[in-house]
Design a protein around this ligand. Structure first.
Ligand SMILES: O=C(O)C(=O)C[C@]1(C(=O)O)C=C[C@@H](O)C=C1
Length: 288
């Protein structure tokens, strides 16, 4: 299951760790493919610089970057169809600049506790400073192919997939919290970030992920369109380097997902009835 099936499943089914991890695994495919799509184009550095397109300031009064403008335009349409009402979708654009939905609100089951987590600024910074230069390296640091629309479309797709994946950390930590509330509550109340980080960290899951991801990047990034070419020749025309993809996950995606998990947990008890907290501590059973 790729999307969160919040309409036909029960809260317990949705929040089962197996279910959540299966979404994270499917998002690996999405992210590898989207990175390959963006890597066809040059770095096009001016798309990411505020004021890089003077015509945007003249025509639209927009002085930030080309990509920020493109996101604002696209996310405005998405906001109208209530994309950001969903508990797994977070905009890159300041919500004050986005319109309200045209469609009536959907009633979602209570999956996440109320929170103010949104790490899209960090995702954007790492994407522009590290991911784009990394995946477009072979064409050169200053390469500019003029495909500003195409690269912005791909940028938006990679960023959306990364954002969904990383914010999914909140479902992971909600699930872990419900499974063992008495372990989490003391560290939430202290509060103790390091202890919470230790509780949510699963080294074996991370190790298996990196092996699986390398396999996916290896296979999907090969050039299969050369009849008769042997494996060695296919490697010469790689669409994306395996190491680059693995590094993106290892140094950025997993650590930021963990930060999101901890950030979410830190405010998990705000507004929760004191008697419920005490009961969870005593019984180690979730009370919602
Ligand atoms: O699967 C989990 O338990 C997660 O918390 C997700 C995740 C990840 O980012 O993939 C993060 C932390 C864990 O150490 C393992 C994996």
């Amino acid at each position: 299951m790729h999307t969160l099936d919040i309409h036909s499943a029960t809260t317990d089914q949705i929040l089962s760790l197996d279910n959540i991890r299966s979404v994270l695994i499917r998002l690996e495919e999405t992210i590898v493919f989207q990175l390959i799509e963006r890597a066809q184009f040059a770095r096009n550095a001016k798309c990411y610089v505020p004021g890089g397109f003077p015509e945007l300031a003249e025509r639209e009064g927009w002085t930030s970057s080309w990509l920020a403008w493109f996101l604002k335009e696209t996310e405005s349409t998405h906001a109208k169809v209530r994309r950001f009402e969903a508990p797994d979708e977070y905009p890159f654009t300041n919500p004050e600049l986005l319109p309200t939905p045209i469609l009536a609100p959907v009633t979602y089951p209570q999956l996440l506790w109320k929170h103010a987590v949104n790490v899209n600024d960090q995702i954007m910074k790492f994407y522009v400073e590290s991911i784009v230069p990394g995946i477009t390296r072979t064409l050169g640091e200053n390469a500019d192919d003029g495909h500003y629309g195409s690269s912005a479309i791909r940028d938006m797709e990679v960023l959306s997939a990364l954002s969904r994946r990383i914010h999914f950390g909140m479902f992971v930590s909600e699930s872990k919290f419900r499974a063992a509330p008495a372990s989490f509550i003391p560290h939430i109340l202290t509060p103790n970030r390091d202890a919470l980080a230790a509780l949510i960290t699963k080294p074996a899951v991370e190790a298996a992920l990196l092996v699986r991801l390398a396999e996916k990047a290896k296979v999907y990034g090969q050039d299969m369109d050369r009849p008769g070419a042997n494996a060695e020749d296919r490697e010469k025309e790689r669409k994306i380097e395996v190491d680059t993809v693995v590094r993106i996950y290892k140094t950025f995606v997993i650590p930021l997902t963990k930060e999101v998990e901890v950030d979410y947990l830190l405010t998990r008890l705000e507004g929760v009835d004191q008697r419920q907290v005490e009961e969870m501590l005593r019984t180690d059973k979730f009370v919602g």
